[in-house]
Write a protein of this length. Structure first.
Length: 242
């Protein structure tokens, strides 16, 4: 449902003047894209660190070694999902729910020899019920028994990337914070809109809506819950994790 609140509007211009401003911005956008390409090129040249391929994780079929998570592919991308033990769905991590909810269509990754999976901090049974409530379909694993080796004190809420060479496994890259925005299509689309993300840190014209304060997680919550949960409740899904 759209908002009934009135906000200031951008200036109105004729199409020629508008296109001139689009063209001006396009120069900067292309430079930004090329810098991203250059950073990705450096990323592909990073060294890697070996990880025990037999580290245990728990999935739908019980405990399996890390090696099995690759599903036979050479590369693996995982999102590390934070978990609050014993808390109801409404109190689970709003940020991780946001990013996990943007998990990509896997066919394109699989075509490039990449598996995508979620590594959850919590126990499998409880956290898998949350996955079911949210309607997520990506492979889901509890990594509680291998936290020290896999996460290595970095905390949850980020991406870990791996490469398999036969039966050996290597971690190649990790990112967190705003680095996770690479997996959040909603944010990139909002950046195309005139009002943007509507968050308090943004540089916007006076009077533009800035309804969400990221310092308290407000950008990912609505009426006391992670925002995406409301659609699941409206569809009649149970959020009982017990």
């Amino acid at each position: 449902m759209g908002s009934t609140v009135t906000y200031p509007l951008p200036q109105i211009a004729d199409r020629a003047a508008w296109q001139s401003e689009i063209d001006r911005l396009l120069v900067r956008e292309k430079a930004h894209t090329r810098e991203g390409d250059a950073i990705a090129a450096d990323r592909r040249r990073l060294p890697m660190v070996e990880v025990d391929p037999q580290l245990p994780v728990v999935g739908a079929n019980g405990p399996v070694p890390l090696l099995d998570v690759f599903e036979g592919r050479r590369q693996l991308i995982t999102y590390t999902h934070m978990w609050h033990d014993g808390k109801p769905a409404a109190e689970q991590c709003e940020g991780c729910s946001f990013f996990t909810g943007h998990a990509p269509e896997p066919s394109f990754l699989h075509d490039r020899d990449v598996t995508y999976a979620t590594f959850c901090q919590g126990p499998y049974a409880e956290s898998a019920r949350y996955r079911e409530f949210m309607g997520w379909t990506m492979p889901w694993y509890s990594v509680r028994d291998s936290l020290d080796e896999l996460v290595a004190g970095r905390g949850f809420g980020g991406y870990l990337c791996y490469l398999r060479d036969g039966d050996r496994v290597f971690e190649t890259y990790w990112t967190t914070g705003r680095g996770c925005e690479a997996g959040a299509a909603s944010y990139h689309l909002l950046d195309f809109t005139p009002y943007g993300r509507q968050e308090t840190w943004e540089d916007s014209p006076a009077g533009w809506p800035q309804r969400y304060d990221p310092s308290v997680g407000a950008q990912f919550r609505s009426n006391g819950r992670p925002t995406a949960q409301w659609a699941r409740l409206a569809a009649g899904r149970s959020d009982d994790l017990g």
